[in-house]
Ligand binder design. Structure first.
Ligand code: TRP
Length: 436
């Protein structure tokens, strides 16, 4: 079974609200329980520095978001859950990617363009109040994703352009230095409609219409009581279409419960009663989580330890990968220079995936393809002689992915690897051959 690697980041600039829970936390926690998925979730605190200048708010948001994800059921042993700023390889990779990214591409980023347009409209200097951090935002995000060679990145619609840019960065790095990066794919949760806020617009911190995920019961009740409704009196039948109250209920309720409320609307339930029902339904789901959240929030040291352990786990990948990338771009030990001169072939200096041949206890001859970090990618069936195995290896070496497709029946993707990784490794080998 091949495993798909999902990765997503949450900027630590605010307190999670119901919309974040329904749109991102809940689906991510569910996805993390799948056995064919490997999940990386991280707190994007370097990104937060671009928009938040209050140190205390960054710290508070970091602990609140971490506690929210854990309270919602994220199991830090199953997933890799870490804080961006604990991974020093990320800013290092940001620089490598900066050097292969056209400035013109960044000029076209939506967030940057919006800031420029605003300045132009106001008659100010185009870049007035625009930090280089805002300009570089997409590169930092690219580094987050490429650092762990994620296959799929679940994000909101507003982030699609950033994913396209990350793919561009991966391709231009690969083009210059060999195939090191997978091209990540964006995943947009189409099924999750955005949750409306108490005023009927999309729930968002910036509209100040949100309900904090772990508001106290009293506050939750009060906020639900404030959701905008029409002025129909009790006894008058009410429309579910366009009712924020109904949509919020629906995001938490089963189909049967939703059907019951729909009926109650038709039968003319009063708004006060409807709000009471919605409060009770949400509170039932949120209370156990809120209790876990409050326990977690009382012990921030324990969250700190969890995040540090997550970072250690993440760095088991990022540290050797960064070493490979440093080597690829030419940041190398000078001691290695003399060895490289001795070998004096391009292939000898570039770290490449390789084939390893071995014999099984049944006496047959096998081989496997391993990546530059020694991970198994592909395993062959057993061959009668080393010569037969060697012939297949030579074809894969020379013809790459095309040969793999033809010889698919004799090869299996190794546990934990993906077809994209195999393809990259084979392209890398074929490319090295072509380069002589
Ligand atoms: N920019 C993302 C947002 O605002 C957060 C983020 C930072 C992210 N790095 C990421 C998301 C990497 C996915 C992958 O929503």
């Amino acid at each position: 079974m091949s495993v798909t690697r999902f990765l997503t980041g949450i900027t630590t600039s605010g307190t999670p609200h119901l919309g974040n829970y329904v749109g991102s936390i809940r689906p991510s926690v569910r996805a993390s329980l799948r056995t064919d998925v490997e999940s990386f979730y991280f707190l994007a605190d370097y990104h937060a520095l671009i928009k938040v200048e209050e140190p205390a708010r960054i710290q508070r948001s970091t602990v609140e978001i971490a506690a929210s994800w854990l309270a919602a059921g994220l199991d830090p042993h199953r997933v890799t859950f870490y804080r961006q700023s604990d991974i020093p390889e990320i800013p290092e990779l940001t620089w490598f990617l900066t050097c292969v990214t056209g400035k013109g591409i960044l000029n076209r980023a939506h967030a940057y363009k919006a800031a420029v347009d605003k300045n132009v409209a106001a008659g100010s200097d185009t870049d007035s109040d625009v930090t280089a951090g805002l300009f570089m935002y997409p590169v930092l995000m690219g580094a987050d994703i490429l650092m762990f060679n994620a296959h799929k990145v679940p994000v909101g619609r507003d982030q699609v352009q950033h994913l396209e840019m990350a793919r561009d960065m991966a391709a231009s790095f690969n083009h210059r230095y060999g195939a090191h990066f997978l091209l990540p794919e964006v995943v947009i949760e189409e099924s999750v409609a955005t949750l409306p806020g108490i005023d009927g617009r999309k729930m968002s911190k910036s509209y100040d219409n949100h309900i904090p995920l772990f508001a106290t019961r009293a506050r939750l009740k009060k906020l639900i009581g404030g959701i905008l409704t029409d002025s129909r009196a009790p006894g008058e039948s009410k429309a579910v279409e366009g009712s924020s109250l109904f949509q919020i209920f629906q995001a938490f309720a089963s189909d049967d419960e939703t059907q019951e409320l729909r009926q109650a609307y038709a039968d003319g339930i009063g708004w006060a009663d409807a709000k009471q029902r919605v409060f009770e339904r949400l509170d039932r789901e949120l209370t156990p989580m809120r209790e876990r959240y409050e326990t977690l929030m009382r012990d921030p040291g324990a969250i700190e330890d969890l995040l540090l352990a997550g970072a250690a786990k993440a760095r088991r990948l990022s540290t050797p990968f960064m070493e490979q990338l440093r080597h690829a771009v030419g940041l190398r030990s000078l001691r290695a220079q003399s060895d490289a001169d001795k070998a004096d072939t391009k292939a000898a200096r570039v770290v490449l995936p390789s084939f390893k041949q071995y014999r099984e206890s049944d006496g047959r001859f096998h081989f496997k393809l391993v990546d530059t970090q020694g991970r198994e990618l592909l395993k062959s069936q057993g061959f009668a002689s080393p010569k037969d195995a060697g012939a297949v290896i030579r074809r894969l070496h020379k013809e790459g992915v095309a040969a793999w497709q033809e010889l698919a029946a004799q090869l299996t993707i190794a546990h934990g690897a993906s077809s994209a990784e195999v393809a990259i490794a084979l392209e890398q080998l074929a490319g090295a051959n072509a380069a002589g």
